[in-house]
Design a protein around this ligand. Structure first.
Ligand code: LLP
Length: 432
């Protein structure tokens, strides 16, 4: 069994049938069809609690807040699991804020990230009473101040600074280097904070950064944290005290055999950075994890439509495709692929597992050894983060259903789209 399969100990194999918690994936396919994303409530909870407990232990009474990065998986059921556990949320749009509220999340625990916040989004967030904005430019700062004045609210802000640290991850998900669009350049941070302190209805709350995603080594994160702590010290020395420090998200998960960051050690090292130089810094520690909390809590369940041998390769054509899970096509990301139910008499072969979309990039996994026949069920693992949320309707394919398992229960948490829904809102032109 691969590491991803038994991660958190909630997936089991009984008589060759893969189970999520106590429910066989074959049962889920029977009830809800395929392709379907299946999430484990126990795995979501375990991932959250592991991080929260580590923080409680190392912070030793000092405050912390886990702001789950909603973009990783924004299904309302997933958000409500975290809301019930007391999580905060990191959002990047007004739409995500609406989701958090609909799922019962507390607005006062919401931080609003992202470099293109619109006027409507800013005023909605201010009216909702969020914890604060992670600001990415001077123009945004001025805009937030202007809107806060107009609606008579105080906006709490952090600057998302760009610490110019190489996260050493895939270039598409690396965000902390000088030459990318995110954050305020480190050497302009002090000046921008001074500007912030001169603007009306702005309260400076924290310093923030996010250097990239799927990091398997903590050192770049800790290097960034060190720079944030230095910045906070400098700000304090010029009369701008900071209430919270946030090194962002980015903690990687195991998709195959990557090393991963030890959570307890990481949190302890963050705490150490906060007391570096023998100083006690009385700040709240915020984190913005996405993938860590959801990635290994979900699988994409799909059915083999065709077994297609050719002279050069064997293809397993499944009913999920790049429109359902774009990570392999977009980032050459690896997801383990396993049989979800035992296939009697099937011979093991090496396959490229592909979807039906008309693109050569529509490959979910290359050179996978599987014993599969047409009609069999296959599970694509570690699909709980950046899976459904990045899916599209390319090729007029309805987006997949989403199901959450809780013990022996499997509940539909998003219905499969219908074809009618796909062209609702489109119109024929009145041409003669
Ligand atoms: N905070 C900010 C400001 C972010 O931009 C992100 C992710 C996170 C937190 C959460 O990062 P995480 O803990 O999940 O690494 N679609 C890509 C990942 C893009 C990440 C974008 N930002 C993927 O599938 O690998």
């Amino acid at each position: 069994m691969s590491a991803a399969l038994n991660m958190f100990g909630v997936h089991r194999v009984l008589a060759g049938d893969l189970h999520m918690e106590d429910v066989a994936l074959s049962e889920i396919a029977g009830s809800f069809g395929t392709p379907t994303f299946v999430y484990s409530r126990a795995a979501l909870t375990t991932a959250y609690q592991q991080l929260d407990n580590a923080l409680k232990k190392t912070r030793n009474g000092k405050p912390h807040l886990i702001c789950y990065a909603v973009k990783a998986n924004s299904n309302l059921a997933v958000l409500s699991v975290f809301a019930k556990l007391g999580a905060g949320f990191d959002i990047v749009s007004g739409g995500e804020l609406r989701r958090v509220l609909a799922a019962g999340g507390a607005p006062e625990k919401v931080v609003f990230s992202g470099l293109g916040k619109t006027r409507d989004e800013i005023s909605f967030a201010l009216l909702t009473g969020i914890k604060g904005f992670n600001v990415e430019s001077e123009s945004e700062l001025r805009r937030i101040s202007e809107i806060a004045v107009a609606i008579n609210k105080i906006a709490r802000i952090s600057l998302r600074v760009n610490p110019d640290v190489d996260a050493k991850t895939h270039p598409y998900i690396s965000t902390g280097l000088k030459n990318n669009k995110f954050g305020v350049a480190f050497d302009r941070a002090i000046g921008t904070y001074q500007l912030a302190s001169s603007l009306p209805n702005i309260e400076i709350a924290g310093v923030d950064c996010h250097i990239g995603s799927q990091l398997s080594d903590a050192s770049p994160l800790l290097e960034a944290m060190g720079r944030l702590v230095n910045l906070a010290d400098k700000l304090e020395s010029i009369g701008i005290p900071i209430q919270h420090i946030c090194p962002g998200g980015g903690i990687g998960i195991t998709y195959a055999d990557e090393p991963n960051i030890n959570i307890e050690n990481y949190v302890a090292a963050l705490e150490q950075a906060l007391s570096s130089g023998g100083k006690t810094r009385d700040v709240e520690l915020l984190l913005e994890p996405g993938r860590l909390l959801t990635g290994n809590a979900g699988v994409l369940l799909t059915k083999v439509e065709y077994v297609k041998p050719t002279d050069s390769k064997n293809f397993l054509v499944v009913d999920a495709a790049m429109n359902d899970l774009i990570r392999p096509s977009l980032y050459q990301a690896h997801h383990e692929i396993v049989m979800a139910a035992a296939s009697k008499d099937a011979v093991s072969r090496i396959y490229d597992v592909v979807g039906p979309v008309c693109e050569s990039a529509d490959v979910l996994g290359r050179d996978r050894t599987l014993a599969a026949r047409e009609g069999d069920l296959v599970a694509i693992l570690s699909a709980g983060a950046y899976g459904f949320v990045m899916s599209s309707n390319y090729n007029t394919r309805p987006r997949a259903a989403e199901v959450m398992v809780d013990g022996a229960n499997a509940q539909l948490v998003r219905a499969r789209e219908t074809i009618d829904e796909l062209f609702r809102g489109e119109y024929l032109v009145n041409l003669c």
